[in-house]
Design a protein around this ligand. Sequence first.
Ligand code: HEM
Length: 452
Amino acid sequence: MSDFIPPYPIRHKEPLSPLKTLQYARRDLLSIWSEKSFRLQFMGTKIINRSVFIANCPQVVKHVFVTKHDIYERKSPQMRKALKPLLGDGLFISDGATWKKHRKLETPLFTAEHVAQYSKVMVEVAEEYVQKWAKLPSGTSINVLTEMGTLTAEIICRALFGNHLGATQAAEVISSFAEYQAAIEQMDFGTFFGLPSWMPGLQWRRAKKAATRIHVIVDNVIAAGIKSSNEASLLAHLLRLRGGAKDELTVKQIRNELIVLFMAGHETTANTLSWAWYLISQVPEVEQKMHTEIETVLASEPAKFDHYANLTYTRAIIDETLRLYPPVPILSREASQDDIIRKRPIPKGSIMLVVPWLLHRHELFWEQPNNFTPERFLPDAPVKPDKFVYVPFSAGPRVCIAKFFGSVESALCLAVLARNFRLTLPAGTKVTHDCRLTLRPKDNLPMQIVPR
Ligand code: HEM
């Protein structure tokens, strides 16, 4: 076991009052928890007339995500409100019959066979970054989060649109997304607790303008795609669900789904890769084991999908990174009916939270929960993580549709880049987090490139 404990925010001795919780939450969602939150199994409180519960053990998480999925299928009202101008009825925020139908139609697009196709794009883009970094003198400082953000945005753009999105349009989509997200992040963090959200009118206008720019570009790409294309892009697959007797999706729905996939599919992997670079750089034995594995598995071949299965230690590093820094650290739902959990009534309209940040560091379910120990995810580890305690991709019917895509992308990109470079943290750099809709390293994580 490594004895490296990466930084995490202080934990309060006693639980905060609801008012204090809101004050802290406004600045940082990871700073609201008390020591007890990492030991208790089910918690409830009332914040301004809204009942809020936290499912904090495998039995209750299973109840919420699987057994009573129908009751807790719906995202919190504020999450839906914040994302609707951009995503419309897209998968991420829809529920009921629309969600069921779209989920069923899109699930086949993420089978291992399809991910093997998309993996070519993953490796192609990662190799382009190898070329780009190779031009930099050794010791050059780069912003790791920014680099990983553009890398994964490029991958998802090519996987979604094939060759139909030119470089200028891709840059416009990426920057409009960043603008939309910056605007909605101005929302009060009460969002997660289901309180009425506050967002200045100016930010709404900014968000809506950014959404319109994205809609126009994606609509044009779809129009071009309709005329040509029998290729393997996600756009082409979605277009095949259109027309003919079945006519499963309208053009507008296809646009919404493409935008969902873009939104959900790049920042999560960018954050994962960035945290992984930081963690590896702090433990030389882990870095060394990973290099040895990459050299053995890839040898001198170009990386490919088949290598993924054999990158056992690299995958364990990614799994452990997702445990310590889950990109989506809080999952929130609204109860659509009354329920009872552990003899406590859960009134309809309550907010139910599943918090990977707590579950992944819970004292009852992990040994040395705050240590960075990739070995716990190796196939021969003595204890297997419970699938309702380790939930970086959520669980149950609403689990991340692209869980395998994201895992393959993270491991292959890390392998391709780490085969050629180490990233080192300048002495004295203090790494900390920024927790908004996703959990990322603060200040873009400057590190230095060293060729291997
Ligand atoms: C390491 C990478 C990733 C992580 C950690 C991750 C995590 C998650 C989580 C936790 C959820 C559930 C959110 C909730 O219930 O509130 C989710 C949903 C989703 N993710 Fe991912 N994701 C990753 C990569 C991706 C990628 C690459 C794509 C697309 C190509 C994607 C597409 C989606 C979609 C469409 C949903 C909504 C599914 C539904 O509601 O039915 N994700 N993801």
